[in-house]
Design a protein around this ligand. Structure first.
Ligand SMILES: [Zn+2]
Length: 486
């Protein structure tokens, strides 16, 4: 290793020999030798207003230094000196923020027997929006991660393993689940079947299964945590949480995970819950929850119970207080519900079916539950429930989720941004929790440069100049046209 100027570079024995030959060819041993430019010079982003996501005030006219795939310095010009030979990226008048993190997406969909070709396009598009990390909340970790690995431009992808109880996989009568509704008895295919058709790989858990074996299977698939989906009681939740935590894996789950309630999930040590509308589960008694899960019409019951007023019910507030006390995180996924409501609004005059009644109730109730959660100190991660298939306009986005936090919940843009950077990284945990989400020395160089101030107006997140993932810069147009910058 030789030191040249202020940066270090590797020179191989072959290069040393070539340099000696070059010097000899110039006729004199004292002739000046031009060293080749280093393959990967440090990058200095100079002049931007830096919002680093750590909670410190924005730094005007900042210098951010990147070496390889890491940040080595971020602060004022006095704090971070630009090394000689660094590649300087001018960013005067612009705003540098951490790469955005969407902690709730579903990426892999097998349609008609083959994976949707939309995956690569969707990931490029996410990167173009400034999203440098996503957490897949349950599809098929092994197949997904292998596909992502082969893509030249993509956010970092972390994958969770779906786990559900027995009745999620098997029906009671000729393989069908029997549900009693006001319209009579309905026979439904077990939900796991639908998932498996899409190529998803939920794992079944019952109390007589070794929870450590579920964790091992999830690890073998490449998952970094468990996502509890449905039909799990509080004992099962606790067993799975304990096993996962022994292996250093986080556990997230649907709110509620039927029959276990959110309060029970939090008390069992679960790391986070998703979907604000699911807090409606707290409104049912223990007996009702069991009946609803086994043979009731859960959707109809929720549509009736989940009113905006019910969001302030003491049972829901108790669950939220338990989450705040134990540090259980919360992903409200409001934009996904907003998209569903917009879909019904756009329909011509029609009679609202049960699904529509449920969605409309979930939207109003979910917003109020989230308002209470924030007021009570529950930490929010801005997962969107984005899916990588179907018409792009119908997909929930991180941008939409943040807009709702600001517009409908009156969060200051900086607080909303923390939910999509620092706190989303914590939500994912593991490597992401330690090395992503903030602009700090040692962290991965995942950055977004926007031309307008997102702290003034969250919509300014749309003014992406470029995105950096692990030291590589792309401009949105290049990602969308498929031509990488370097
Ligand atoms: Zn989801």
């Amino acid at each position: 290793m030789k030191t040249v100027g202020a940066f270090r570079m590797r020179i191989s024995p072959l290069e040393t020999a070539l340099l000696t030959l070059l010097a000899a060819a110039c006729g004199s041993p004292s002739a000046p030798v031009r060293l080749p430019a280093p393959a990967n010079p440090d990058i200095a982003i100079v002049g931007a207003t830096l919002w680093d996501g750590t909670g410190r005030a924005p730094v005007a006219n900042a210098v951010t230094l990147v070496r390889g795939d890491r940040i080595i310095c971020a602060g004022s010009a006095g704090e971070c000196l630009v090394p000689q030979g660094a590649r300087v990226v001018e960013a005067q008048g612009q705003y540098l923020i951490p790469g955005l993190i969407d902690s709730h997406v579903h990426l892999l969909f097998i349609i008609d027997g083959s994976a949707s070709e939309q995956l690569a396009l969707d990931l490029r598009d996410l990167l173009a929006q400034g999203v440098t990390t996503v957490r897949d909340m349950g599809t098929n970790p092994a197949a997904l991660l292998a596909r992502v690995q082969a893509l030249p431009a993509s956010p970092r992808v972390y994958a969770m393993q779906l786990v559900a109880g027995r009745s999620f996989f098997f029906g009671g009568m000729n393989g069908f689940r029997v549900t009693r509704t006001s319209r009579g008895v309905i026979f439904r295919q077990p939900p796991a079947k639908t998932m498996q058709w899409m190529g998803w790989t939920p794992i079944m858990y019952t109390r007589d299964i070794d929870p450590d074996s579920v964790v091992r299977e999830a690890q073998a698939a490449g998952a970094m945590g468990l996502k509890l989906y449905a039909q799990l009681d509080s004992v099962s939740v606790r067993q799975l949480v304990n096993a996962a935590h022994r292996a250093g894996m986080p556990v997230w789950g649907h709110a509620w995970v039927q029959p276990a309630s959110v309060r029970e999930q939090a008390t069992a040590g679960q790391d986070g819950v998703v979907h604000a509308a699911g807090l409606a589960g707290e409104l049912f008694s223990v007996e009702d929850r069991d009946t609803l899960v086994n043979d009731g019409d859960l959707q109809a019951a929720t549509a009736l119970a989940a009113t905006p007023e019910a969001a302030h019910d003491p049972r829901i507030l108790a669950a939220l207080d338990t989450m705040a006390r134990l540090g259980t995180m919360f992903e409200p996924t409001l934009d996904a519900t907003r998209h569903s409501v917009a879909g019904y609004d756009a329909k011509r005059q029609h009679v609202a079916g049960l699904q529509e009644m449920y969605v409309r109730a979930a939207a109003g109730f979910g917003l109020e539950v989230t308002r209470e959660a924030i007021a009570r100190g529950v930490r929010i991660s801005a997962g969107s429930d984005h899916v990588a298939y179907g018409p792009p306009a119908e997909r929930a986005t991180l941008f939409g989720e943040l807009q709702l936090y600001v517009d409908s919940l009156s969060l200051p843009p900086a607080v909303a941004l923390l939910a999509a950077t620092r706190d989303a990284a914590r939500a994912i945990g593991g490597e992401a929790g330690k090395q992503l989400g903030t602009i700090e020395p040692g962290h991965f160089a995942d950055l977004v440069l926007v031309s307008k101030n997102p702290l003034e107006d969250i919509r300014n997140l749309e003014s992406v100049e470029w995105v950096m993932r692990g030291g590589t810069i792309w401009r949105p147009g290049q990602l969308r046209s498929g031509i990488a910058m370097r």
